[in-house]
Design a protein around this ligand. Structure first.
Ligand SMILES: [Zn+2]
Ligand SMILES: [Zn+2]
Length: 329
């Protein structure tokens, strides 16, 4: 089959690899669409400690075309979206229900072969069947949405909160959609890219600005979300949290990124600084939300490119062009 392969740091190609074979409790999925995200760039940089070479692609959906010998829950022809998370279910964190922090954390398309290929293998337990009205290509958005749902779980946000989101790429816009639906009093969005901000405005943000300096809110925001991973944005955001407010690190920063905190203010104003890593018991709920139309795929997917153009698609993503880019095997 054809697959994108990250062979070594900085080196990605589309090539022919052996067709995957399912284990007893696995299925083979013919991939309809696979999304690209910052994680793929980190893998390309040699981060996330993946064992290279690896077939990337952890955001995908498709049609079941092969069944392991012990699979009875799915049938050939079922349309599914795939939760990429692979947990050991044995370590201290798994036993405590914190599986996304698993000591032996793995993920399809990160540490094992993923969906940037004609076919991918997934455990039956990771597959969510899609309702008929969902286009299977669009369901590649469920995985990033499940990360945003996890982010909202961490926030445990109160009704009537004033929310400030840094970044109006795919993830920032997903957080905006969730903030609107979880009773935020206002959702403001900051981005250095005016084109992206226009999409945030179109999706119903309260205010948009190139810098939070352009937003009048002297007491700060109850909830500040970084969806950029950018040091300057994170630093600015930390200073905008209201008393008793929460800062959520949702964007993936480079390993070397450092910012400074203000310990006195954290103490004196009871500020919470927290993070949200990938998916935790949030994939199925994201699929349910997606089926209700929480996201407009026509807005969220800006490019649908052939798998053969995977390296160019990754470059386009790295250059910050568009929103979600998916490849179609
Ligand atoms: Zn992703
Ligand atoms: Zn574990």
């Amino acid at each position: 089959m054809k697959a994108a392969v990250i062979e070594a740091p900085g080196k990605v190609t589309v090539t022919t690899v052996p067709d995957p074979a399912p284990g007893p409790r696995e299925v083979v999925v013919e991939v309809a669409a696979c999304g690209l995200c910052g994680t793929d760039l980190h893998i390309l940089q040699g981060e996330f400690a993946p064992t290279l070479p690896v077939v990337p692609g952890h955001e995908f959906a498709g049609v079941v075309v092969g069944l392991g010998r012990e699979v009875t829950e799915l049938a050939v022809g079922d349309r599914v979206a795939v939760d990429p998370s692979l947990y050991c279910n044995e370590c201290r964190y798994c036993r405590a229900g914190r599986n996304n922090l698993c000591d032996r954390w793995q993920a399809i398309g990160v540490t094992v072969a993923g969906g940037a290929a004609e076919f991918a293998v997934a455990p039956v337990a990771n597959c969510v069947r899609l309702p008929d009205h969902i286009e299977v290509q669009d369901a590649a958005l469920i995985e990033p949405l499940s990360c945003a749902v996890r982010g909202y779980d961490v926030l445990n946000s109160r009704l009537g909160s004033h929310v400030l989101i840094y970044g109006s790429g795919t993830m920032g816009l997903m957080m905006l959609e969730l903030a609107k639906r979880t009773g935020a009093a206002a959702v403001d969005v900051v981005d250095v890219n005016p084109e992206r901000l226009a999409t945030a405005a179109k999706l119903g943000s309260s205010r948009t600005a190139l810098s939070a300096d352009g937003l009048e809110r002297p007491g700060g925001w109850d909830v500040v979300v970084d969806a950029t991973g950018n040091a300057a944005a994170i630093q600015d955001g930390l200073d905008r949290v209201a008393k008793a407010g929460t800062f959520l690190q949702f964007g993936v920063a480079d390993y070397a990124t450092r910012v400074t905190i203000d310990p006195y203010r954290i103490y004196n104003q009871e500020i919470t600084i927290t993070g949200s890593m990938a998916v935790l018991h949030s994939y199925e709920r994201a699929a349910e939300l997606f089926a209700t139309g929480v996201l407009d795929p026509q807005v969220f997917i800006s490019h649908r490119l052939p798998l053969a153009e995977y390296p160019q698609a990754l470059e386009r993503f790295a250059a910050g062009q568009g929103r979600k880019i998916v490849v179609l095997p």
